[in-house]
Design a binder for this molecule. Structure first.
Ligand code: HPA
Length: 239
């Protein structure tokens, strides 16, 4: 099957009938839901597990991406919950991720660790798939409003950022912050899969607004958008 959706925070199933398939990889076993729409099979992988039981820094990104590659996936849409440090992107907005800045500290970020795999320096001129992004924009015209595109700063988590960190991330060109897109996007690129990440703004970043956000804000913003977003993914994939 050539197409997959990776669900971020708040997106643990896809609202379609599915069966679960267990895929063994050299990095570990991965459970992938397989949905079938008009004869087209699409894989769905909830990044944090179905019960949101895996924190961002402990996700087995290499197993996840290798499992998708092993079942033949070439095109991936993912969703990412993000905090905003750009006044133009308010909680509830949908933003296309156009680039990333990596502030992770302690996770395997490559398949290429020398030895059998060799040493490969993957090109990052365009980490995200322009075609998938354009198709998403095109297909979303009648249902959701996309606020724009933004640079994603990936932190190690699981803690949120300090206000001084957010000040720095803004200064260096970040628009939104999350904890998962690195190394996911990098590993997709290393495996030659087209990867697109759609950001759902769930909160203002620390220090941007004085009120503290809650998990309710996070799930609320995702809830508001997830059905439309998955329908658009499916529409693009069925074309
Ligand atoms: N920071 C980091 N990750 C996040 C945030 C945030 O404010 N919101 C959702 N994921």
């Amino acid at each position: 099957m050539q197409k997959a959706i990776i669900g971020g925070t708040g997106m643990y199933d896809i609202g379609e009938d599915s069966y679960t398939s267990k895929i063994a990889t050299k990095y570990g076993e991965v459970e992938v839901d397989i949905i079938s729409i008009q004869g087209e099979k699409i894989a769905f992988l909830p990044r944090h597990g179905r019960e949101h039981s895996v924190p961002p820094h402990l996700i087995n990104y290499r197993a996840n991406m290798m499992a998708l590659k092993d079942i033949g996936v070439k095109y991936i849409y993912s969703t990412v919950a993000v905090g905003s440090m750009n006044e133009n992107f308010v909680p509830g907005d949908v933003v296309i991720i156009k680039d990333f800045i990596d502030f992770t500290k302690n996770r395997p970020v490559t398949f290429y660790e020398g030895g059998e795999e060799g040493v490969i320096h993957v090109d990052m001129t365009e980490p995200y798939c322009r075609n998938l992004n354009n198709l998403f924009i095109e297909e979303s015209k009648d249902s959701i409003f996309i606020k724009g595109d933004g640079v994603y700063v990936c932190t190690e988590g699981p803690r949120f950022e300090t206000s001084s960190e957010i000040k720095m991330y803004r200064k260096i060109g970040g628009d939104v912050v999350g904890m998962t897109n690195v190394p996911e996007v990098i590993l997709a690129k290393e495996l030659g899969m087209c990867y697109s990440a759609i950001g759902i703004v769930t909160n203002w970043c620390t220090g941007i607004e004085t009120s503290k956000f809650t998990i309710h804000d996070i799930t609320g913003s995702v809830e508001k958008n997830k059905k439309e977003i998955t329908q658009i993914f499916i529409k693009v994939f069925m074309k």
